[in-house]
Design a protein around this ligand. Structure first.
Ligand SMILES: C[S@@+](CC[C@H](N)C(=O)[O-])C[C@H]1O[C@@H](n2cnc3c(N)ncnc32)[C@H](O)[C@@H]1O
Length: 325
């Protein structure tokens, strides 16, 4: 069994031409990425999934849903659930497919609710979600009718989750690129709205990263940046010594004033803080669909305002900024 036909189809359907060209150039590397580790198992389960048949799709509720006209019987429902569980961990969601509720680690609608209605309308805009995972936020954008939507995320698991979701949700002008932001460096002016959420603190060079985001935007473009921040008025940032909330790949967590300074230095205009929040155990938690440890295991049990390492517990800010004045 071979992932190449699915990768070819994904590339053929990618509505963002520059990104499509990069995937074509890197076909051999991507095919390799999508056939190692757990990929053969995911591919096998994917090919055995039941056909969706006719049904209704819901994108404007907390859970993105496919409701089949003919429900599965209880035996088939159990089989289908075990097939979907094979694609765990489901980090973002929730989804409901054919009667199975995928209770993801993150209640991603909480983040979406902090953003929607506060950004420029997405109708007729080209939307990139870099680090967008299996596409939860893109599905939530469907009612707004963007020109197209693409999630760029290097995770092989999210590629397979996207294949599963698209089998049932079937949105034509939506794509997934199994690439990292660094792979997009040859591109400029590809998106009118660019979401970059939960990724900046994973980048070793946040200023270079923001400069790249600025280039990726069209002249009327808007960036929606969501990231961790620390309290404080000075333009400084936390540089965790080894781990932050157990994660080894967290490099810089700025104050909001530091973040605004980074945005200004990299050319962004009209920066506006849309929201700040403290991540709660309601929003991020272990479930049957994400059996590993989650937020509550990463905070000090005696003082949940601190991580296990003694740093401030995660707080997140959403900032909207434009490319030009
Ligand atoms: C903390 S999650 C955030 C997911 C989602 N954007 C959200 O806000 O809920 C970080 C995401 O970034 C992706 N990622 C990791 N390295 C990346 C890179 N170099 N370029 C783009 N995405 C990356 C991960 O696979 C993961 O899906």
């Amino acid at each position: 069994m071979n992932s190449e036909p699915y990768l070819k189809e994904l590339i053929a359907q990618c509505p963002a031409l520059g990104i499509k060209a990069i995937m074509e150039q890197r076909f051999a590397t991507l095919a390799e990425l999508l056939s190692t580790g757990n990929c053969p198992r995911w591919l096998q389960v994917f090919t055995q999934l039941p056909e969706p048949g006719s049904g209704r799709r819901v994108f404007d509720e907390n859970a993105v849903r496919f409701i089949a006209d003919h429900a599965l019987n209880s035996t088939d429902l159990e089989v289908f659930k075990s097939q979907l569980l094979a694609f765990s961990p489901w980090r973002k969601g929730p989804y409901e497919l054919n009667g199975v509720f995928i209770d993801s680690e993150w209640q991603s609608f909480m983040k979406w609710n902090r953003i929607k209605g506060r950004i420029s309308p997405l109708k007729n805009r080209r939307v990139l979600d870099i680090g967008g995972g299996s596409g939860y936020y893109l599905y939530r954008m469907v009612p707004e009718q963007p020109t197209w939507m693409v999630s760029v995320d290097p995770s092989a698991l999210f590629f397979y989750q996207f294949l599963v979701l698209q089998k049932y949700l079937q949105i034509q002008n939506m794509g997934f690129a199994p690439l990292g932001i660094e792979d997009l460096s040859p591109l400029c002016d590809v998106a009118d709205t660019l979401f970059f959420m939960g990724v900046l603190y994973h980048r070793r060079s946040p200023l270079d990263c923001l400069t790249q985001l600025h280039r990726l935007l069209s002249s009327e473009g808007e960036l929606i940046l969501e990231t961790l921040y620390i309290d404080g008025d000075d333009p400084v940032c936390l540089c965790p010594e080894e781990r932050y909330a157990v994660m080894r790949n967290v490099w810089f967590i700025p104050t909001i004033s530091c973040l605004l300074s980074w945005l200004s230095k990299t050319g962004f205009k009209n920066c506006e803080v849309l929201d700040t929040s403290t991540t709660s155990f309601d929003e991020q938690r272990s479930t049957e669909w994400m059996g590993f440890q989650s937020l509550k295991d990463f905070l000090n049990p005696l003082d949940p305002t601190r991580t296990l390492e003694g740093y401030p517990a995660p707080k997140r800010v959403v900032i909207k900024a434009t490319k030009n004045i």
